[in-house]
Every structure is written in structure tokens, then in C-alpha cells.
Design a binder for this molecule. Sequence first.
Ligand SMILES: Nc1ncnc2c1ncn2[C@@H]1O[C@H](COP(=O)(O)OP(=O)(O)OP(=O)(O)O)[C@@H](O)[C@H]1O
Ligand SMILES: [Mg+2]
Length: 232
Amino acid sequence: MIQLTGVSKSYGLGKVVQAVSGMNLQIGPAERVAVMGPSGSGKSTLLNLICGLDGPTAGSVKVDGMELSALSDDARTRLRREKIGMIFQTFNLLPTLTALENVAFPLRLQGLAKKDAEPRAASMLVRVGLKDRSSHRPDELSGGERQRVAIARALIFRPLLLLGDEPTGNLDSVSGEEILRLLDGLQHEYASTLLMVTHNSQAAGYCNRIITLHDGRIVKDERFDRAPATGR
Ligand SMILES: Nc1ncnc2c1ncn2[C@@H]1O[C@H](COP(=O)(O)OP(=O)(O)OP(=O)(O)O)[C@@H](O)[C@H]1O
Ligand SMILES: [Mg+2]
């Protein structure tokens, strides 16, 4: 599903920061992987490289068999929109759109008419328990509710790959646990590969593999015996 070979990413010209350094990593379909490590160890950079938002300075990044650097910008954008769901700590919802419109947004971008996109978005909102909040704008929702809207939006295409950058980072532990249970259920149902940056061992407990980074390198790669996802 994801294959990194000799991947490095450095920033800056004078004083170069090596954010990711000679990384080799293979992640199979439907794996649930937590990425841990101290601040500045390269976790977000790794996610950006995998979703093609950022290109490596050296090495190869393949997602679903495709070499990202060989794709055109348009093809990369399409891959990201249709095969990769992304959930960030800050939700990244569009403030002027309602919950329903936010979830429908990726479908609208793909050219679907409102009358086709919105019923699909509405059923996704039901799945995340927000049926009664569909006409609320983000500033009229709680943090946990906003995160659930972001999850509904990320899952609208049943993505092969679900990327999270501290998806529960801004939530209290009760809402965080709720979000994790929701993600866990949907990941099982869709058999998406899950790769989630987290500082929190409770979140890592939902994963069957934990990768620890330090200074842009993998310093630990542990696998656990937990029920694999099925269904795709
Ligand atoms: N656009 C950039 N320009 C220059 N340096 C950058 C840039 N983005 C990240 N870095 C540097 O690369 C290193 C890795 O950053 P990254 O954001 O991947 O860390 P992280 O593990 O996600 O940290 P955190 O837990 O704080 O989010 C850091 O030293 C950071 O300062
Ligand atoms: Mg980060």
C-alpha cells in the first residue's frame, strides 16, 4: 500500500534540516499504524510525503503501486482526493460551509451535482452520529463534533488510505476516545490502511503497529497481534 525506499527530505539552504533521513518503510493493506516520536522528529513531514503534498529530496514514495513523483500535479491531486482521506488536528473545515456542505465538498470538487453529493454526505453524517447537526457551521459545533465532520469528509470516498495527524490532539480524553472508536469501526468496515501520528498511548492502542521516529529515522517498528481489518 505504501512503500518508501531511501526517502530523505531536507529543508533550507544554509543550515539544512534533515526532516526525514534515508527512510525505508513498507505498510500493507488494512494495517493500522501509529507514528510516534518527539516533536520535530519528522512525523508530519512523513505524512506530507506519503500524501504527495510534499516531494522527497531523495528516494521513492509509492502509494497503491504508483510512484508519486512520476504523476502530474493533477494526477497527484486526484489520488489525494479519491484514495486518501486526511484528518488533521485542526480539522481544516471550511468555516462558511455547513457540516453537510463540508462533507459534500470533495464530491462537489469531483463534479458531482449538489443533489447527488448531499444525500451521500448526509448518510456519512449519520454514520458519525451528526444527523442533527448537518446545517451547523463549524463555529456552531463542539471540538469533537468538528472532528467527526472532518472524519466524515475524509471517508466520503471510502479511501484506501486514511492519514491522521494527531486526530484527537485537541480533544478531551472522553471525546478523543469516542473519535478513536469511530475511526476504528470505520477503518474495519472499509478496510482502509490507517496511518496516524499520535502522542497518546491510548490512540496507539488502537493500532497493530507502532513506528517510532527520532531525527527523521525509524528507531523502533513494533507489531502487535490485534484483529486485522476485513471487508474490502
Ligand atoms: N517547511 C519547513 N521548512 C523548514 N523546516 C521545516 C519545515 N517543515 C518542517 N521543518 C523541520 O523539519 C523537522 C521535522 O518537522 P515535522 O513537522 O515533520 O515534525 P513532527 O515530528 O511532526 O513534530 P510535532 O510533533 O511537533 O508536530 C523539524 O525540525 C522542523 O523544524
Ligand atoms: Mg507534526
